[in-house]
Design a protein around this ligand. Structure first.
Ligand SMILES: [Zn+2]
Length: 285
């Protein structure tokens, strides 16, 4: 933990904790942002609150859990992050007190400066329960008698929501948009680790068969993912322009941006100014 007063300089390194529901959410939603942070020497840890053991249409639960553990190991190698997968069943996550204490442990042990999780309007019940767990831990990480065997954080982290496929129904414009054009190839390389998900499960569950992808060829797969992020996940939209102006300034050439990742500021945890957030979350270049 490095923060005392947010009088940080750009030389300081931050501890970032991304808490997703499944063993692919963190990289699918924040893979570009996390690549930028790691390239700058910041420490990033991903957590999956479940073991992902429902994420397949052919394998049984034990087999897909085992496959996904290996895929996570590949993500660690390709991205250079830490990764912890909790042994909770996929599709059955509930925001219990026991799991809140687990989230408090994760945040404290990582000495997180910044914590990122799903918003609670997301499509999957595990995402919504993960969001609740992290929000419920946001204040409690500073309370000594809560989970007392793990030292508290004297400085409350900043909490952000990572936006997946759904927009916030109460917002017309994006709050934070990060240009990931320079790391889009790296994001495709990292996400390609999830063979069982990107090339088997998601095409099946979304009823979108893969066309023109040679799944035996890594370059064909990664080129497909690169275009998938531009077309389906991270394409710049009109709603992103005010946020890009706010965080990058008017002089940025927005036409050069191929893809963005989107975030919102959580009302719990430490509240900071835009300039303080840029120091904690140094990805706006
Ligand atoms: Zn998920």
């Amino acid at each position: 933990m490095l923060l005392c007063s947010y009088s940080l300089s750009s030389q300081d390194k931050c501890n970032i904790l991304v808490i997703g529901a499944h063993p692919d959410d963190c990289e699918l939603i924040t893979g570009g942002t996390s690549s930028k942070l790691i390239q700058k020497g910041h420490k990033v840890k991903f957590v999956s609150m479940t073991n992902g053991n429902k994420g397949h249409h052919i394998h049984n639960t034990e087999t897909i859990e085992r496959i996904r553990k290996k895929e996570v190991e590949e993500v660690k190698k390709r991205l250079g992050c830490e990764y912890e997968v909790l042994n909770n069943n996929d599709g059955e996550l509930i925001a219990t007190l026991e799991l809140r204490n687990e989230v408090i442990r994760l945040i404290r042990e990582w000495e997180a400066d910044l914590v990122i999780t799903h918003p609670n309007y997301d499509y999957h019940p595990d995402h919504r329960h993960t969001s609740t767990l992290v929000q419920d831990a946001a204040f409690m990480v500073t309370v000594p008698l809560a989970n007392p065997t793990i030292p508290i954080l004297r400085n409350n982290p900043v909490f952000l929501y990572m936006l997946g496929r759904l927009d916030n129904p109460n917002r017309k414009e994006t709050e934070i948009a990060i240009d990931i054009t320079s790391v889009l190839k790296q994001k495709a390389h990292v996400v390609d680790s999830h063979f069982s998900q990107m090339y088997e499960w998601l095409p099946w569950i979304n009823q979108k068969p893969l066309n023109n992808v040679d799944i035996d060829s890594q370059s064909s797969r990664e080129s497909y993912l690169y275009n998938y992020f531009i077309e389906e996940r991270n394409k710049v939209a009109d709603k992103d322009i005010p946020a890009l102006k706010r965080w990058y300034g008017e002089s940025k050439d927005f036409k050069e941006i191929k893809a963005v990742e989107r975030y919102e500021i959580c009302p719990f945890g430490k509240q900071v100014s835009d300039s303080e957030l840029k120091v904690l979350f140094p990805v706006f270049d």
